[in-house]
Structures are given as structure tokens and as C-alpha cells.
Write a protein that binds this ligand. Structure first.
Ligand code: GDP
Ligand code: GDP
Length: 435
């Protein structure tokens, strides 16, 4: 499991500035998608020694009882309970406040490891700047500047070092694609899982010691092996799976990160909500292969069917690389074809492309359309090699490639996807200039 770092602190101490710094990625995929609904509170960080999840709890108000604020408070509380490390941010320029002390008490009660960061420390003497915060009782505070990036990398490395490294996926006895079934509450995830698994198809099942562990359930369908990554509070009760916990964003994100292929379940009887779009945005950000399952197809009339299709095309247009399935988990209709798409998406995500093949495809793309000149620069692409799988990363080498516009990057993406018939996975392009 990727460690989850949770940012906590009162408003204006610099949490979202730090969040942006921790989740910044050179990857243009998300930035390229105008209108993609990103949830500013949850992100993937790849800047440290290993990947991690970051949660910004926003303006942490533990006392709210109702409405949106209460829901945010509930998610903040669950983030604190589920986080692997709590980064407690205070404002060194304002100094220690009573609100900081209240938050400190809440964090102490959680029993989670707490790292205290005194922010806005640029140009300050570290010792005097952080002196008064020792009183909070979390040991020596780390002085950082989120805005200037000072001390952030060191703090990050320190936090990440405190967690045991994951075994590399594929090292263990799991076989086949790792599949996560995600979606907001009540769309039919547990019904779908039960339809997929059937009690006789589960090969082995161990209830882990604590709910913090992901549950991986190996199963077989049509002679093929899969491993189901448990999500968001789905637990096995007797012979069947059911949702026994409240929806947890963090568990959903963790499952997405653990999976090779994500099945995003939507409810055909409801319009696409922000929560659907946030989860979709996260799958895209994680670069996972994806299959869309529009569930409860049995329960909707033609009007609704057209409407949900239009909604998906409009609000989730950035998932057009994924296959769409209209299914009924309850009546077990459409499950076979859905799994077939999981297989195809997995194969596309794990494809291996030899350098000569990729370079030939690059040259064909260039013959059809040259990248535009940028001032005196004419970007020159020489060859391409594969830099990663799941998602496939194509690294293009050449000169002056930093001047390639996003539109041309997208053109290349489409060209590679078409050439190698990669259905169901996003593909990423990185440019490397020799200068
Ligand atoms: P949040 O409410 O905790 O998410 O805080 P924000 O990230 O929105 O930051 C609040 C204010 O503090 C903004 O005006 C930031 O520009 C500023 N800020 C954040 N980090 C730093 C820093 O390291 N140094 C200074 N001087 N200002 C900062
Ligand atoms: P989860 O919270 O996403 O795990 O959703 P559940 O699997 O618990 O399903 C929520 C509700 O939707 C239950 O009442 C299910 O019986 C119902 N449901 C699930 N799949 C279907 C379906 O394909 N058709 C219909 N009509 N109802 C379904």
C-alpha cells in the first residue's frame, strides 16, 4: 500500500500550498484535460523516494454537525484515522494559537504518527522560529517553506522512510490483473463483486488482522486468474460481500493505486455527480487502465438510457479511452463482456513496445504532421523508447522538445494509441531533449 500522508492544520497555515507542492507532477495528462474535475483534497505524490497519497483536510473544523461542512469534517476525521502519517502544519509567522493546541489534542488522541511542520520559514532563523512549538509535544518541529519549497523534500523523505517498503507487485503469489471496483456509495459495487466472484470462484480468502490492510481476493473466471482489490469498506460477510462501512475516499484511492485495471461503476438511474467525476479524475491521474460499468441498466427506460449516455459524454468525456458497458449486476447481465474488456485493458496497459517499432511509429506520425516551429526553434524528434507500463510511457528523444505544444502531444498520444491498438489504457508521452 502507498503511504497516505494527511495534512492537518487550521486555515491559512499553508496546507494547500504544501499539497500542491507534494502532488506536483511533470505529467501533463491531467493539466491537458480542460474541465476535468479534480478533487483538490486528494492527490498522488511521486516526488519522493516512492509514491504516496496526500490528503488535505482543508479547514479542519472538528465541531461541525451538519451539511457539507459536517461531511468534510467526517472525511477529515476518517483521513486522520486512516492516514499513515499526519503532517501537522502550523504558521511560524503567526505563532502558536489556541486552535493549534486543540488540533494537537485531536491528533494525539488518534494515535497516528505526527510530524510537526512550522511553515513560512523562508529567511528565518530555524531555532528561534520554531522554539515555541516544542510545547505541542510532537518533538522537534521541522521548519519548512511550502511556498519556496525549502525543507519540504527533507521532511517528505523522513516521513516516507518511516514506512516499510511495499513488495513489488507481481513478486507474490497473486496472478492475473489486479482489479479494483470503485464508485460512489450505492451504485452497486458489492452486487457486482458478488456477481463476479460467486462463492465458488473465490480461490482463497483471508480476513486480515486489521481493517487497514487491503484485501486481495484471487478468483477465476473462464479459466483466467484475477485478483480483486477490495475497496472502500466492502467486506466479506459469510458468503457474500457487502458494504459495511461508510464510503471512504482514501480506501478508494488506495485501491486505485494498487490496481492494474479499475472498473468504475456508475448508476444509470442517477445523473453523474461531482463525486463520480472526482473518482474518475483520480483514476485518470493515477494512469490506471479503466473500464466503465454503467449499472442498473435493467431499471431504466429509454429516456434515462439516452440521458445517462449524454451525461457521460459531457461530464466524463476524458474517459473516452475506456470501453463502456451497460450492465445489470443484480440480474447478472453483461458481466462476461465486462471482464473481456478488463482483459483487453490489462493487455494494453502492460504492452511491451520495442524501440525500433516505437521509433517507426514516431516517424510515421512526423511524416503526417510536423511539430510547429516555436520562434527560432524547430523541435526535432529522433527516436522513442518505452519508459514504463501501466500506463505505457513513451519517451521521445530529440532537441528543443520543451517547445512542443500540448496539442501536438495529444496528436502523438492518439497516434501511438491507434498504431498499437491500445484500448482501455491512458498513454503518456515524455519528451527528453539532448540540447
Ligand atoms: P491553507 O488554508 O492552510 O490551505 O493555506 P494556503 O495554502 O491557502 O496558504 C495561506 C496563505 O499563506 C497564502 O497566502 C499563501 O500564499 C501563504 N503561504 C503558504 N505557504 C507559505 C510559505 O511557505 N511562506 C509564506 N511566506 N507564505 C506562505
Ligand atoms: P455499493 O454501495 O456500491 O456496494 O452498492 P450495492 O451493491 O450495495 O447496491 C446498492 C443498491 O442497488 C442495492 O439495493 C442493490 O440491490 C441495488 N442494485 C445493485 N445493482 C443493481 C442492478 O444492476 N439493478 C438494480 N435494479 N439494482 C441494483
Amino acid at each position: 500500500m502507498k503511504p497516505t500522508l494527511v495534512l492537518v492544520g487550521r486555515p491559512n497555515v499553508g496546507k494547500s500550498t504544501l499539497f500542491n507542492r507534494l502532488t506536483r507532477t511533470r505529467d501533463a495528462l491531467v493539466a491537458d484535460m480542460p474541465g476535468l474535475t479534480r478533487d483538490r483534497h486528494y492527490g498522488i505524490g511521486r516526488g519522493g523516494s516512492r509514491p504516496y497519497l496526500v490528503v488535505d483536510t482543508g479547514g479542519f473544523e472538528p465541531l461541525a454537525k451538519e451539511g457539507i461542512v459536517a461531511e468534510m469534517a467526517r472525511q477529515a476525521e476518517s483521513a486522520i484515522a486512516e492516514g499513515d502519517a499526519l503532517l501537522f502544519i502550523v504558521d511560524g509567522r503567526v505563532g502558536l494559537t489556541p486552535h493549534d493546541k486543540q488540533i494537537a489534542d485531536t491528533l494525539r488522541r488518534s494515535g497516528r504518527p505526527v510530524f510537526l511542520a512550522v511553515n513560512k520559514g523562508e529567511g528565518m532563523n530555524r531555532d528561534t522560529f520554531s522554539a515555541e512549538f516544542h510545547e505541542l509535544g510532537f518533538g522537534t518541529p521541522y521548519v519548512i517553506s511550502s511556498a519556496h519549497g525549502e525543507g519540504v523534500r527533507q521532511l517528505l523523505d523522513l516521513v516516507l522512510e518511516s514506512f516499510p517498503k511495499d513488495a513489488e507487485p507481481g513478486d507474490d503469489d497473486e496472478a492475473g490483473p489486479r482489479v479494483a471496483i470503485v464508485g460512489r456509495p450505492n451504485v452497486g459495487k458489492s452486487t457486482l463483486i458478488n456477481a463476479l466472484l460467486g462463492e465458488d470462484r473465490v480461490i482463497a480468502f483471508d480476513m486480515p488482522g486489521t481493517t487497514r490492510d487491503a484485501i486481495a481476493v484471487p478468483f477465476e473466471r473462464n479459466g483466467k486468474a484475477y485478483t480483486l482489490i477490495d475497496t472502500a469498506g466492502l467486506r466479506r460477510r459469510g458468503k457474500v460481500f457487502e458494504a459495511i462501512e461508510k464510503f471512504s475516499v482514501i480506501k478508494t484511492l488506495q485501491a486505485v493505486e494498487e490496481a492494474n485495471v479499475v472498473v468504475l461503476v456508475l448508476d444509470a438511474s442517477q445523473d453523474i455527480s461531482d463525486q463520480d467525476a472526482h473518482i474518475a479524475g483520480f483514476v485518470l491521474e493515477a494512469g490506471r487502465a479503466l473500464v466503465l460499468a454503467v449499472n442498473k441498466w435493467d431499471s431504466v427506460d429509454d429516456y434515462r438510457r439516452e440521458r445517462i449516455k449524454a451525461e457521460i459524454a459531457r461530464k466524463l468525456y476524458f474517459l473516452d479511452f475506456a470501453r463502456h458497458h451497460y450492465i445489470s449486476a443484480l440480474e447478472v447481465v453483461g458481466i462476461g463482456p465486462l471482464l473481456k474488456s478488463v482483459d483487453l485493458a490489462y493487455a494494453a496497459a502492460m504492452i511491451k513496445l520495442a524501440t525500433p517499432k516505437l521509433t517507426r511509429a514516431l516517424q510515421t506520425a512526423l511524416t503526417k504532421q510536423q511539430p510547429p516551429r516555436h520562434g527560432v526553434y524547430r523541435p526535432k524528434m529522433r527516436y522513442a523508447h518505452q519508459g514504463g507500463q501501466n500506463p505505457p510511457v513513451v519517451v521521445v528523444h530529440g532537441n528543443a522538445l520543451e517547445h512542443i505544444p500540448d496539442s501536438y502531444r495529444r496528436y502523438l498520444e492518439h497516434h501511438f494509441v491507434e498504431t498499437f491498438k491500445l484500448q482501455g489504457t491512458p498513454l503518456r508521452i515524455e519528451f527528453r531533449s539532448a540540447h
